[in-house]
Design a protein around this ligand. Structure first.
Ligand code: HEM
Length: 158
């Protein structure tokens, strides 16, 4: 099924109809989406600034990640749920929107970058001045700030 056909099918679903009929639903869900994404991007930025050597230099990176990443994953699950509900409210417009599609692609790239960090760069954390963790941190920060910018642009380009 193409994204276009899926969007048409979803737009005729009881969920999509309820989300558009119940006026307060969209702004309420978007507010929750913003709270969730603030926690996701804020917590990831804390780790990235540390990897770049710009914050908490005396803290052990693995220890910092152990305390922060559970919050990140919980907030991400919430951002995903609220994002899917926002999409369901207007699937045909979003599925044709460049910034929405680009944001989802960058979310996948941010996931690949995180995986590459945990598989490769992570083992260089104990080496003072190692480049790999810094590159992971810089790529992550750039990706997430772009995701937020594109997310904001969606509403202006529908
Ligand atoms: C953690 C990952 C995510 C981040 C950082 C993020 C970021 C954003 C931002 C910054 C906005 C603009 C909010 C505003 O200022 O009003 C937004 C809106 C939106 N996001 Fe996300 N988002 C994420 C995940 C998702 C996912 C997974 C989906 C759907 C599959 C999604 C769908 C949407 C939709 C439909 C809007 C509404 C655009 C509008 O009409 O204003 N988001 N997102």
């Amino acid at each position: 099924m193409s994204l276009e056909n899926f969007a048409i099918w979803l737009s005729e679903s009881p969920l999509s109809i309820a989300l558009t009929d119940f006026e307060i639903a969209f702004p309420a869900i978007e507010s929750l989406h913003v709270i969730a994404l603030t926690l996701v991007v804020g917590s990831i930025a804390l780790v990235d600034l540390h990897l770049l050597g710009l914050a908490w230099r005396r803290r052990d990176a693995s220890d910092l990640m152990r305390s922060i990443l559970p919050i990140t994953w919980l907030a991400f699950a919430f951002a995903l749920l609220t994002g899917l509900l926002l999409f369901a409210a207007n699937p045909i417009s979003y599925s044709a929107n460049f910034y929405f599609l680009a944001k989802l692609s960058l979310l996948v790239l941010a996931g690949v970058n995180m995986l590459a960090f945990h598989l490769f760069s992570h083992r260089h954390l104990a080496t003072p001045g190692a480049l790999a963790p810094k590159l992971s941190g810089a790529a992550s920060l750039t990706l997430w700030l772009t995701i937020v910018t594109f997310g904001r642009w969606i509403g202006f380009t529908l």
